[in-house]
Ligand binder design. Sequence first.
Ligand code: GUN
Ligand code: ZN
Length: 378
Amino acid sequence: MGNTFSFELHGRSGDARAGVFYTDHGPVETPVFMPVGTQGCVKTLSPHDVSQTGASIILGNTYHLHLRPGSEVIRSAGGLHRFENWGGALLTDSGGFQVFSLKDISRITEEGVEFSSHLDGSRHFFSPEKVMEIEHNIGADIIMAFDECPSSTASREVIYAAVERTLRWAERSLEAHHRLPLHFGYEQALFGIVQGGIHRDYRAYCAEKLVAMDFPGYAIGGLAVGESTQQLYDISRYTASLLPVDKPRYLMGVGKPENILEAIGAGIDMFDCVMPTRNARNSSVFTSQGRLNIKNSAHRLDFSTPLDPACTCYTCTHFSRAYLRHLYKAGEILALRLLSLHNIHFYVNLVAEARRRIVDNSFLEWKEETVHAVAGKA
Ligand code: GUN
Ligand code: ZN
């Protein structure tokens, strides 16, 4: 155990890459979709459910887990893998995104960010050093540097200041990470985050400086925060091209199925998004033929069609649209579980199919067809 994080490429199709990275909690084939488990679970699902979808890595949030139950509690449990009883790999985001979205209640200085808890208003302070300590207590296989994530529509000056601060905080994150002990005997790989909004010159500058710090992987942050879809694609492709070929690339917080497919085509390897779980709880379902709303009266008497006839998940192999519509409208918790299970299965398997297409070099044609199919209405 320890020093095992490594990344290999298995195939390419245009700029799209198929690879694998190895953690002390198993290998993760890329491209990969990582379900979001903010508070130590993927909302409504058990770890067994999540592993049935094919997911190999899930996300946790430093911000939420620090406020509740507190990272010392998780450390006492033996780390987040043991606490939540998840045998696969874990990644924690640094809180950089959460504390900056609490704009009116946070105060930013060079040292760090002071913010109020969304739970009880109590005051807290995050610095790169503090966040590394918390991420070490939580014990995820991949941990993220503490960054500043401004809105992508902020002024050039604001974005530039955030890039400079993100670089200084990346250095401090790296130093603190190397100083801290390995609490649980397995490796934690620290990833750097490229900021720079929609400005190519800032993205290039930020990427160059971070690459010189030699992180084992790199994230692209500060996207899907107000820019256009075309800008999202252009900046992800441009930023990916600046990153080392032999390290994984993670596009944070993206996105719709069609966004993920385009970003895979642009050379991105890792994704996370709350959409499959959040949309499920709002009755919105992703299918291979587009989106549908299970509350729709069109499904009232449909006893023979699953959510997605092409899907092999537990929900699709056991229940009709009519029954799921009934459960949802009746306010049954089971509806939220079954829809979440399907949506996560859909995302994880869409990305797994992209990987197979990259390996057999049929990705580009498949992507064109699939983007149109998944973006429409079922
Ligand atoms: N999640 C989505 N975007 C970001 C970002 O820019 N930084 C961090 N830390 N998390 C994110
Ligand atoms: Zn399904």
